[in-house]
Design a protein around this ligand. Structure first.
Ligand SMILES: Cc1cc2nc3c(=O)[nH]c(=O)nc-3n(C[C@H](O)[C@H](O)[C@H](O)COP(=O)(O)OP(=O)(O)OC[C@H]3O[C@@H](n4cnc5c(N)ncnc54)[C@H](O)[C@@H]3O)c2cc1C
Length: 411
């Protein structure tokens, strides 16, 4: 049994780390370290891009959320010494000691070594990424002359989304909706061109047939160009080169957004722990890191064997693991028995443009504007803390969730 005020250090203020800290609710002497000052509810980053939600709705301040239940340090962890139980945080002189470590630093974009991808593509993981993409779309629109020929508008407004998973579908439909709306408002001639590039032979490969039908309809409605069995071989400042059936084609692109997969946080590489073939930390069913019973890992950084592939790498999983993690940390401190859990899929909810969504819950699929409302309601319930949920719910109910058009810069 550990002393009552065991030093618990949590790395990462996302779904895994923040919800563990909230669930611990003052147990031990808890410190949460995160390299941003806010938590981010990533499933609604698309709505932030379109202006349907504001930053404070989906990215509340960590300090405010934690209140008095844990100390918060904004900083980047640069080193972890598991043997001597010390953490180094950039720009802090003294390392931080821990009795128990909870490790949940998430993942980073995987550019898979494609030439020019890291340098020239836009990522889509943070508020800043969404701001950059919105700005890029606006800048391109601003350069189109009112008398431009339709084909010139089409060419200038070409954006490629790399990755045909749920992220690619949600992002491309949002972008197409925003761009089409802006073209109309500015009375331009022509249409935007939004492409999805996917290596597999179909989009959203992990999703059930029930929801796929709605995805396909939406892609058609938004006139998204779908390129399956296609590999990106190069990205430059103004183009993307695709390979399909051994043929290469270079296309002009005003923006390439890379949502084609993730790799584990680089922080893991320095740890002398057992990993799976993708580099994820292998954890016991109790979420303890093998060989280090006082270290827990979860979320996108951990490999948990009893999980269906479609649940791996999701917020749904990290959230469920956080509850188990907090429970087991408490048991570890008290000398109690640690538990395991079988995690379940909680359903799927995809935004499709700014007006529609598709929601799969308890085997039933709902689509259209009603599904969009259901998605908002569902996600309100998953936001951290009752206080934040109530504030956000009230704001969405009374102030609405209309998208914010792509106004000319400086407007
Ligand atoms: C655009 C987008 C949409 C998504 N939509 C969905 C969805 O609809 N449904 C779903 O289930 N999942 C979704 N996901 C996946 C989901 O967001 C992740 O699976 C989930 O966030 C994982 O939780 P985590 O705690 O492991 O990592 P995160 O939530 O990413 O949190 C990790 C935190 O650690 C911080 N950090 C990293 N390194 C350091 C360091 N060295 N020092 C200090 N802090 C550090 C990060 O900045 C971050 O705040 C989406 C992901 C993205 C990018």
């Amino acid at each position: 049994m550990l002393k009552d005020k065991a030093k618990i250090v949590i790395i990462g203020g996302g779904f895994g780390g923040l919800f563990t800290a909230l669930d611990l609710n003052g147990v031990g002497d808890t410190t949460l370290i995160n390299d941003e000052d806010h938590f981010l509810f990533r499933p609604m980053l698309y709505e932030y891009l379109s202006g349907e939600v504001e930053a404070w709705h989906i990215a509340p301040d960590c300090k405010e959320l934690l209140d008095s239940s844990a100390r918060f340090i904004r900083g980047s962890v640069t080193n972890i010494d598991l043997v001597n139980q010390k953490i180094t945080v950039a720009d802090r002189n003294e390392p931080l000691a821990f009795d128990i470590l909870v490790f949940s630093p998430g993942a980073v974009t995987n550019f898979a070594g494609v030439e020019g991808a890291e340098k020239f593509s836009l990522e889509f993981r943070t508020l800043n990424d969404a701001n950059r993409l919105r700005r890029r779309m606006t800048e391109v629109l601003d350069q189109i002359q009112p008398d431009s020929a339709p084909q010139d508008t089409h060419s200038a407004l070409t954006f490629a989304v790399v990755g045909g998973g749920a992220s690619g579908v949600e992002l491309s439909t949002k972008m197409a909706d925003l761009l089409r709306d802006a073209v109309k408002r500015r009375a331009l001639r022509g249409e935007p061109r939004v492409l999805i590039i996917e290596m597999a032979d179909r989009l959203v490969p992990g999703m059930g047939e029930e929801i796929r039908k709605f995805v396909e309809n939406a892609l058609q409605e938004y006139r998204i160009e779908v390129h399956t069995q296609t590999r990106v071989v190069q990205v430059t400042a103004g183009s993307i080169t695709l390979e399909h059936n051994h043929n290469r084609t270079e296309l002009r692109a005003s923006g390439v957004v890379w949502v084609a997969g993730v790799r584990p946080s680089p922080l893991i590489e320095s740890l002398d722990v057992e990993r799976d073939r993708r580099g994820l930390i292998a954890v016991e069913p109790t979420l303890q890191v093998r060989g280090y019973p006082n270290v827990f890992a979860l979320g996108d950084a951990a490999f948990y064997s009893d999980v269906v592939p479609t649940l791996a790498g999701t917020a749904q999983l990290a959230l469920q693991q956080a509850h188990l993690c907090a429970r087991n940390v408490r048991a570890f401190i008290e000398g109690g028995q640690l538990k395991s859990k079988h995690f379940v899929e909680l359903g799927e909810a995809l935004s499709l443009g700014t007006e529609h969504a598709a929601v799969l819950s308890a085997g039933q699929v709902m689509s259209g504007p009603l599904a969009r409302q259901a998605r908002f309601a569902l996600y309100t319930a998953r936001l951290p803390t009752w206080h934040h949920r109530l504030r956000v719910g009230a704001s969405w109910f009374f102030e609405g969730t209309r998208p914010r058009p792509l106004q000319p810069l400086g407007f």
